[in-house]
Design a binder for this molecule. Structure first.
Ligand code: F0G
Length: 345
């Protein structure tokens, strides 16, 4: 917030509630570059304080809520927003309440909300039901809504686009990201447009968004009543920023498409085992989409491409462990250890 203060709706008197978010790594992706014939980078948003891009928006939302005198905040979440809201509420000395779909959020995210002292309600429904409920509660009771339907969240999240242009010296040709409630694609597109309008970038990128195939309302053209995917962060059937996502797609000459859970998991494992970057499954949807398009011959070589990987792999480690070989048990003996490692014949 401090770095881009002049581009954010804050005044000298806005209290800045921060955990020093942003400034995340833009990592050159060697294997992805080879596979696509392009210059591919990963914007590693899992390096934010609570492990996801949500912190960029949450510093804004909680600061503005504090400025307005709110004592409590509320959100609906598939896990990352709630973890972020809980942490920033602690910094602000506020109470946080979070509504999550019962049994459908990753354990690490639940642990974060719990340890930060959030009031957690598990709702017998999906994310879309949680958001409806959170909106109603914020209208009727003195609690500030900090979901991305709150426009200051989008303002905070657009800073990721600024950082990318500042690092690369211009906007990339294509920006790829996962799409759930569609706040982030809206935010990046806003950031890129603002920089281009002010002459800080010569162009805007084509925005490529990817949904999970069991939760792809924007691609299918209708809300999904029972969204399904192993990528629980983007298990959303009726995105709040649907119209804005379509505008980002169409105005940028981009696309929004879907990837299967199998493609998501393949990209997830590839990122960890070949690029050394551990992300949560939903984050891998961006990379899965890029690889699918490249395999279909739809990515011209030589382009500069940034994929946002939105959340840290530690949030949902079940998928790292599942299907992996069990580590061997060895006695305290160098020879036995060496044999197990294949160092002895
Ligand atoms: N990736 C991760 C890791 C997320 O947590 C989310 C959204 C997205 C991608 C999609 O971003 O909604 O802006 O299109 N998570 C929200 C939450 C819904 O509650 O944490 P989006």
């Amino acid at each position: 917030m401090e770095e881009y203060r002049d581009r954010l709706p804050v005044s000298d008197t806005t209290p800045v509630v921060t955990l020093l978010e942003g400034g995340t790594p833009l990592v050159p992706a060697q294997v992805l570059s080879e596979r696509t014939g392009c210059e591919v980078y990963l914007k590693v948003e899992g390096a934010n304080p609570t492990g996801s891009f949500k912190d960029r928006g949450m510093t804004m939302a909680i600061s503005k809520a504090k400025e307005a005198g709110a004592q409590a905040v509320i959100c609906a979440s598939t896990g990352n927003t709630s973890a972020s809201a809980a942490a920033y509420a602690v910094r602000a000395g506020m109470v946080s309440a979070v509504l999550v779909p019962q049994g459908k959020i990753a354990l690490g995210k639940m642990g974060q909300a719990l340890v930060h002292g959030a009031r957690i309600l598990q709702v017998d429904g999906n994310f879309d039901d949680c958001l409806t409920l959170a909106r109603e509660l914020s209208e009727k009771y003195p609690v500030a809504l900090v979901n991305s339907v709150n426009p200051v969240r989008i303002e905070g999240q657009k800073t990721a686009a600024f950082e990318i242009v500042d690092m690369l010296g211009d906007a990339p040709d294509i920006h790829v990201l996962p799409v759930g409630n569609a706040g982030n694609i809206t935010a990046y597109w806003k950031g890129y447009r603002e920089y281009a309008a002010d002459g800080l970038a010569s162009r805007t990128p084509r925005m490529w968004g990817f949904q999970a195939s069991g939760s792809a309302p924007i691609v299918d053209g209708a809300p999904v009543l029972k969204p399904q995917t192993i990528a629980t962060a983007i298990r959303i059937g009726n995105p709040a920023s649907w119209e804005q996502a379509l505008a980002a797609r169409d105005d940028s000459g981009g696309l929004i498409d879907k990837v299967t859970d199998r493609q998501i998991l393949a990209a997830y494992r590839m990122l960890a085992s070949r690029e050394g970057v551990f992300v949560e499954p939903a984050s891998a949807a961006s990379v899965a989409g890029l690889l699918a398009k490249a395999e279909a011959g739809l990515v011209d070589p030589g382009q500069r491409i940034v994929c946002t990987v939105t959340g840290n792999g530690l949030k949902d480690p079940d998928w790292a462990v599942a299907g992996a070989p069990q580590p061997q048990i060895v006695p305290i003996d160098p020879e036995a250890a060496a044999r197990s490692l294949g160092l002895l014949d």
